[in-house]
Design a protein around this ligand. Structure first.
Ligand code: NDP
Length: 285
């Protein structure tokens, strides 16, 4: 059986570092990093997520504000809130929780967030900088994946990396980061044929699909490193990943559990990016 990549443990280290750095920044510059989370509509999963983010901020000394808007909020109202947050000196990072209700154009909203406060790295300017190899903010989940691999001294350079999923939030930026670290990267999606032939080539396999237990033991090779990004709920409401953990772990050299793998890392990287954003402001003022 492979070793467990413990996202909680790696997170503890990162949050410890963030706490120290936040403290130092406050003492040296008087700046307290600040994060604003915006949630539109009633989405229990998003509410839990936002609550966890608020608690995590408190623990590391980051100031946070939370905006909960009703489902029927018109687009222009959300745009005007973001405009205010863009100009608010206390706020260094703005997080708009997705998905947004149908009457709101998500692309327009994500583009309205100042690229200097876009700690999720979704703004086209930040996407461009990432592809160019000079990232300002790297989206939190992909950044967390790389941090976990580094923490366990897992070599990326020269490895065959396969990312299943091509979303702008996870799949694409993860593939770019692995490429920058000199992996040979293949991105798979719902039209990849035959998928299992590609996944069996992987030394590092990232599953970001959104389908419970989709990656089975016959789809991976012996010794593979498996990063499971998926968050799904089974019929009993229990969280499960995109990987058939029980069987795949027997072939893997390293594997992330769900929960306790990528999830905690995403929030830690959000704290990290908020701190980075505040530091950038400090050097400019
Ligand atoms: P999306 O739904 O945006 O993307 C899913 C991707 O999986 C798509 O590219 C899709 O292909 C691909 N896919 C779907 N079915 C198949 C299939 N049968 N074979 C191959 N590829 C397939 O999801 P996200 O990227 O936003 O999220 C993925 C998962 O990660 C979800 O479970 C989400 O909840 C979780 N997540 C977890 C986070 C964390 O912190 N742990 C953070 C963000 C997300 P195509 O493009 O062709 O449709």
């Amino acid at each position: 059986m492979g070793d467990l990549i413990d996202g909680k443990e790696v997170s503890q280290h990162i949050r410890g570092e963030v706490t120290t750095e936040v403290d130092k920044l406050k003492k040296e510059t008087g700046i307290t990093p600040g994060l604003a989370a915006v949630l539109v509509g009633e989405n229990p999963a998003s509410e839990i997520y936002v609550r966890n983010k608020r608690k995590a901020c408190e623990k590391v000394g980051i100031y946070s504000e939370e905006y909960k808007l009703p489902t029927e909020t018109p687009e222009n109202e959300l745009l005007s809130l973001i405009d205010k947050l863009n100009r608010n000196e206390k706020i260094h990072s703005i997080l708009v929780q997705l998905p947004l209700p149908d009457q709101i154009d998500s692309t327009k909203i994500l583009r309205s967030v100042s690229p200097l406060k876009d700690v999720d790295g979704f703004h086209p300017e930040n996407v461009g900088l990432l592809i160019e190899g000079n990232p300002r903010f790297v989206s939190c989940t992909p950044n967390g994946i790389i941090k976990m691999l580094d923490f366990y001294n897992i070599e990326i350079k020269g490895k065959e990396a396969v990312v299943v999923g091509r979303s702008n939030i996870v799949g694409k930026p993860t593939a770019i980061l692995l490429l920058h670290r000199h992996a040979t990267v293949t991105i798979c999606h719902s039209r990849t044929k035959p998928l299992d032939e590609v996944t069996r080539r992987a030394d590092i396999l990232v599953a970001a699909i959104g389908r419970p237990k989709f990656v089975t033991a016959d789809m991976v090779k012996e010794g593979v490193v498996v990063i499971d990004v998926g968050i799904n709920r089974n019929s009993e409401g229990k969280l499960i990943g995109d990987v058939d953990f029980e069987n795949v772990k027997e072939k893997a050299s390293y594997i992330t559990p769900v929960p306790g793998g990528v999830g905690p890392m995403t929030i830690s990287m959000l704290l990290w990016n908020t701190l980075e954003s505040a530091k950038m402001r400090a050097t400019k003022s």
